[in-house]
Design a protein around this ligand. Structure first.
Ligand code: ZN
Length: 419
């Protein structure tokens, strides 16, 4: 066994152990605090709800651990187990026989399509269990099996339509790679992502949900006044029929330029008072005013620049393929291997990315406290934790790796200091 293979196995094993260990820590922390609602929430959250959140979190952790094991076995089957070789072999027999550039580009696309399809099939049983087992057991599932199937077909189709042009371009650039091609690949990648971000709210999201302009109500009057006060221009306040799929509630801010809109789940509007909803919207506006989206985009663009550079370097490195059990060195197998292995190398970076995101959450909260009311946001958050059965007692290390939002207690304490 080569050194590269050993190093790869060590990397896979380290990742698995660390992530399983984090899940176990989270389970232990939640179970440890199950008997008592934390002091700061004792008046707002009944013990029953607190225990439901604990059981829900424990059940989610169990599922995550199974998912981690399945993912690891699948990764090893594709690489050292010869799965990529096998799929590429099939792709060759399906693509036209002559070996010109177009034919090999087509072979590459067929191969990536089969890989994506096979990975989707592997994920499916756990996806079904998550929706109709776990979510249903805790009263969150609102999806019918028919909707699940339509969603699956629709997202596969949309995913294929989105992936096809950018993957073709990327494979073509890899096939004709020169010293600086990675910069072109990066420009194309960023341009494509910005285009998606621009089109997502008007073209893609409506394929899955209904978005209706918010009707006049006490809620809407409050929100309009806030938008005016903050001088925030938007193409509108939209209500999304989130209740079609799930009882979980949320609000988000999407798109940019002409397509900028604020989306509120119908489930959220039914849970919050006008004051609380105003505070939630003020938080979302805070993200915009503090320029969090451009900052995240900048961070993302630097990371993808580094990743694309690495991909183009590995393209011509025989050890990369051989060490990971792949006998066919082509742009498509390089791309597949790279996207399978890179997440393992990025694990140490997730706490950094989460730290940036939490910093942004605190800043948006501070903005909401200034332009709306801190105590209304606290009430809204408590309601959302309760209704979503989100744990109030996460493990701090697990949280560092998994949570893009600050833990409940810290977030409320921060808001109280602004009160
Ligand atoms: Zn936020």
């Amino acid at each position: 066994m080569s050194d590269i293979t050993l190093a790869f196995l060590a990397l896979v094993l380290c990742n698995l152990i660390i992530r399983l260990w984090l899940c176990r820590r989270q389970t232990a922390s939640v179970k440890h605090h199950r008997g008592q609602v934390p002091e700061a929430f004792s008046t707002a959250i009944p013990l029953d709800d607190h225990q439901k959140a604990a059981d829900y979190t424990v059940a989610k952790m169990r599922l995550s651990q199974i998912q981690l094991l399945v993912e690891t076995v699948w990764l090893l089957a594709l690489t050292l187990g010869g799965g990529i070789n096998l799929l590429y072999g099939w792709a060759i027999t399906l693509a036209p026989a002559d070996a010109n550039t177009h034919a090999s580009l087509l072979t590459g696309l067929i191969f990536l399509g089969m890989l994506g399809f096979a990975s989707g099939v592997i994920d499916l049983p756990l996806g079904i269990y998550r929706q109709f087992g776990l979510e249903a057991r805790f009263g969150f599932n609102r999806m019918t099996p028919a909707l699940f199937v339509t969603d699956l077909m629709r997202s596969t189709l949309v995913g294929t339509l989105i992936a096809l042009p950018i993957l073709s371009l990327l494979l073509w650039l890899l096939q004709n790679a020169g010293a600086t091609t990675w910069i072109w690949a990066w420009l194309a990648w960023m341009g494509f992502n910005l285009l998606l971000l621009f089109l997502y709210p008007v073209l893609i999201a409506p394929l899955f949900n209904k978005f209706t302009p918010m009707p006049d109500s006490a809620h809407k009057a409050k929100l309009d006044a806030l938008l005016h006060r903050c001088q925030f221009h938007t193409s509108g306040l939209f209500v999304m029929d989130g209740s079609r799929r799930s009882a979980h509630a949320n609000a988000y801010f999407t798109g940019f330029g002409r397509n900028r809109r604020i989306v509120l789940f119908d489930t959220l509007i039914s849970q919050l008072t006008p004051d609380q909803l105003e505070a939630v919207l003020a938080h979302e506006i805070g993200h915009y005013k503090r320029r969090h989206l451009p900052k995240r985009l900048l961070a993302m663009s630097l990371i993808s620049l580094a990743l694309l550079w690495a991909l183009f370097q590995l393209l011509e490195a025989p050890w990369f393929y051989q060490g990971l059990g792949v006998s066919i060195a082509t742009p498509a197998t390089a791309l597949a291997l790279f996207s399978l292995v890179m997440p393992l190398c990025l694990l140490p970076l997730t706490p950094l990315s989460n730290a940036l995101s939490r910093k942004h959450e605190y800043e948006a909260d501070a903005y909401a406290a200034k332009s709306s009311q801190a105590h209304a946001l606290i009430q809204a958050l408590v309601t959302m934790y309760r209704e979503n059965a989100a744990t109030l007692t996460p493990d701090s290390l697990y949280s560092l790796f998994h949570d893009s939002h600050p833990p409940a207690a810290l977030r409320i304490a921060h808001l109280e200091s602004k009160n």
